[in-house]
Design a binder for this molecule. Structure first.
Ligand SMILES: NC(=O)C1=CN([C@@H]2O[C@H](COP(=O)(O)OP(=O)(O)OC[C@H]3O[C@@H](n4cnc5c(N)ncnc54)[C@H](OP(=O)(O)O)[C@@H]3O)[C@@H](O)[C@H]2O)C=CC1
Ligand SMILES: O=C(O)C1=NC(C(=O)O)C[C@H](O)C1
Length: 183
């Protein structure tokens, strides 16, 4: 397939097991792998790491620029106020299965237990994440809302552009943003 249709990168919004259909042949041909799958088991993460020995592999459970900026801002605030109460609220469309992979990632970077994730499923909400920092006399709310699925397409293109000159290895969105934080 990749011989008939050569490409520079594969962008994956399929499902957890999609990687097994193209991973090996992509890595063999040094085709970059950009995965937006929200949930992987340890088995898939291990497989991605193996592929990353040969190819440039990128994985982001939320590929929007906005949410990845929010992740930075949230970690920065937690550093200043380590004992603040933090709650995460994630909202998605009614049929979305499982807890948001983004919310799990936010909890992970802020070192919060998964019980701090509050889930809402309603109608056609594309994807909204809010991190609430409850101080004694003030509240800080960091909110990101994908108002159209175009946000994911734009994010995937941002990733693809920023991976053009990247050597084989396993990359996360923050690896692409680090250079922008140098002042
Ligand atoms: N990182 C991010 O920013 C985002 C991540 N996602 C994630 O992307 C994934 C897909 O979400 P969503 O678009 O809602 O899902 P859908 O089920 O609507 O779409 C998935 C598509 O991929 C196809 N597909 C699934 N598995 C395979 C496979 N093994 N081989 C080939 N094709 C396959 C499906 O085909 P068929 O219908 O024939 O099964 C379907 O066309 C989820 O993990 C979701 O959480 C979604 C949006 C943003
Ligand atoms: O399934 C989706 O659609 C989305 N999944 C995400 C997640 O699980 O965090 C990311 C985005 O909000 C859309």
């Amino acid at each position: 397939m990749l011989e008939e249709h050569p490409v520079d990168a594969i962008i994956d919004f399929s499902s957890q097991d999609g990687i097994y259909t193209y991973g090996e042949s992509a890595a063999q041909k040094k085709v970059k792998i950009i995965s937006a799958i929200s949930h992987y088991s340890e088995k898939e993460v291990h497989f991605l790491n193996k592929l990353a020995q040969k190819a440039t592999v990128f994985w982001s459970p939320n590929i929007t620029l906005g949410i990845n900026y929010l992740l930075y801002a949230a970690q920065f605030l937690k550093k200043i106020a380590p004992f603040v109460d933090i709650e995460i609220v994630e909202e998605h469309f009614k049929d979305k299965q499982g807890v948001s992979g983004t919310a799990i990632r936010i909890a992970d970077v802020l070192e919060l237990k998964d019980e701090k994730i509050n889930t809402i499923r309603a109608g056609g909400i594309v994807g909204k994440h809010e991190v609430i920092f409850g101080f004694p006399f003030q509240t800080v709310r960091l909110i990101h809302e994908s108002i159209s699925r175009d946000a994911f397409g734009n994010g995937a293109l941002f990733a693809a552009e920023h991976l053009i000159n990247k050597k084989p290895g396993f990359y996360k969105f923050e690896d692409l943003l680090h250079p922008y934080f140098k002042v």
